[in-house]
Design a protein around this ligand. Structure first.
Ligand SMILES: Nc1ncnc2c1ncn2[C@@H]1O[C@H](COP(=O)(O)OP(=O)(O)OP(=O)(O)O)[C@@H](O)[C@H]1O
Ligand SMILES: [Mg+2]
Length: 475
């Protein structure tokens, strides 16, 4: 009626003044965050951060929610607030209101197929006396939290290379630093190192270096190298790229694979000494050429693994990529090498700067055992601990073996049975080690003739009574 009967000029005049009167009396400030700003195809970063931020609180408050299934292995439901719904938030004692809404407009009105265009938005309403707090601290808090939630909810992936491309599965390894058995201070040092690295974007930018860090994990099989990599990925929320060097054809392919890795990821090269005969090749080349060319050996792979062809991946290629390639790529990356034989590795590969941190994972100490017992048996102490401590001091057993003994064999999980099993296992390992040491000592102490005879025994030449006895002994 107002629009119909009121003259146009008066309408304008009235609207203008009613607005200023309204703003004068209305004590609240409203900010609108549109889903799309400027270019229709670019979703506003602020909008998606706010969306993530609100999703965490809206499922508790809002009465109408939208549900969506996140496509991952667990197919979990994600709830977010429905259109035209409202939730409240509190920040430093200040109450604020968030509302969701949408503009609906028909675009292309002259087209045969008019499309309805929906543009979502959020409105934030707060009292004008809190303007400074909200515009400054609160909004940056919302954006930061929203981004953090996004990173947390990100489905992480485990990539493996098949030829020149990556294939992935969802990465859901339960390992964490709490469950890793190792000395507490060493564990803390590694965790601090990782966390410091992950937050050091500005530092790396300032010193002009690529945001990457190299770790070398070494130790006997079953000491938790692979487990630690999974724990690292879980701690930092990174993807894992498990690079199988034996199936990389040449340096070009390696470069392609490495460039395709995303930021916030760990590139893992397991058993570096086995996957490429790094040292062997170098020595061979040095012998052939009679000079110490440290950096450019061609890495020949076992022939059966490359289908009869030799891989053209070179050590210098690998090192150069790791050193320089990512300087041009945004984001942080960890490179983790593992090996069972630290001393076999090429010094060029492990010198500082390439592998920044060397971590030795070794046989199970008593402290490490206590972590395992706490995880597996849920006990902190037991009267058998003293015996176990003594035995662990005298013999070497990997955490994997200790863990195997601590695995409950019966359903109610009798911890005493497990601990006794472990003691028996440790005593057997100690006895085996003693016998082996004795045998070695005997071999060393025996005369060259005897040695030769023993060699004969080993080769099955038990032809006289005397040596037959030794055969039996050996058996
Ligand atoms: N330090 C540890 N803490 C907790 N569990 C461990 C530890 N070390 C080994 N384990 C257990 O033993 C199993 C084997 O360990 P893992 O595969 O990590 O060993 P690894 O060092 O990678 O061996 P390899 O050199 O043969 O690859 C794991 O499943 C894990 O449960
Ligand atoms: Mg392993």
């Amino acid at each position: 009626m107002f629009k119909q009967y009121c003259p146009y000029q008066l309408q304008n005049y009235f609207e203008k003044h009613s607005k200023s009167v309204f703003t004068f009396v209305y004590p609240f400030i409203q900010i609108t965050f549109n889903e799309f700003t400027g270019d229709r195809f670019m979703r506003s970063e602020a909008y998606s951060a706010i969306e993530n931020y609100l999703d965490s609180s809206s499922s508790m408050q809002a009465k109408r929610l939208k549900a969506d299934v996140v496509k991952n292995s667990t197919r979990s439901l994600v709830l977010s607030m429905d259109d035209f719904e409202e939730v409240t938030d509190e920040f430093q004692g200040v109450k604020l209101r968030w509302a969701s809404g949408k503009h609906i407009s028909k675009t292309q009105p002259f087209s045969f197929y008019p499309v309805t265009d929906e543009r979502m938005y959020y409105t934030l309403t707060f009292h004008k006396r809190h303007r400074n707090l909200i515009l400054g601290t609160y909004l940056s808090h919302v954006l930061k939290e929203g981004d953090a939630i996004k990173v947390k909810n990100r489905q992480r992936k485990l990539y493996t290379n098949g030829g020149s491309y990556w294939r992935h599965v969802v990465f859901e390894h339960p390992a964490s630093f709490e469950t890793i058995a190792m000395e507490a201070d060493k564990k803390k040092e590694i965790m601090d190192d990782l966390i410091t690295f992950s937050q050091a974007e500005e530092f790396y930018a300032r010193i002009g270096r690529a945001w990457k860090r190299g770790y070398l994990l070494y130790g006997p099989p079953g000491t938790g190298k692979s487990t630690m990599i999974a724990a690292m990925a879980n701690l930092l929320n990174y993807d894992i790229y498990d690079l199988e060097l034996t199936s990389v054809k040449d340096n070009t392919e390696l470069r392609k694979l490495l460039i395709e890795t995303s930021s916030r990821s760990i590139i893992v090269i397991e058993d570096i000494d086995c996957s490429l005969d790094l040292t062997g090749q170098r020595k061979k080349k040095n012998e052939e050429q009679g000079r110490g060319d440290e950096k450019d050996p061609k890495l020949k792979l076992p022939k059966e693994e490359t289908g009869g062809k030799q891989s053209q991946v070179t050590l210098s290629g690998l090192l150069n990529f790791i050193d320089g390639l990512w300087s041009a790529c945004k984001g942080e990356r960890l490179v983790v090498f593992t090996t069972n034989f630290f001393e076999k590795l090429d010094p060029a590969l492990i010198r500082k700067g390439r592998m920044d941190k060397h971590i030795e994972l070794s046989y199970c100490s008593f402290e490490a055992f206590k972590v395992l017992a706490k995880n597996y048996l849920r006990i902190e102490t037991h009267h058998l601990y003293a015996k176990i401590q003594e035995l662990l001091g005298e013999t070497k057993m990997t955490p994997a073996e200790v863990a195997e003994h601590l695995m409950p064999k019966t359903l109610p999980g009798d911890s005493k049975v497990c601990l006794e099993g472990l003691i028996a296992g440790l005593e057997k390992a100690k006895e085996d080690a003693r016998l082996k040491a004795e045998e070695e000592a005997r071999e060393k102490g025996s005369s060259p003739e005897e040695n030769a005879k023993e060699q004969g025994i080993e080769n099955g030449l038990c032809d006289n009574g005397n040596t037959e006895l030794k055969c039996k002994e050996k058996e």
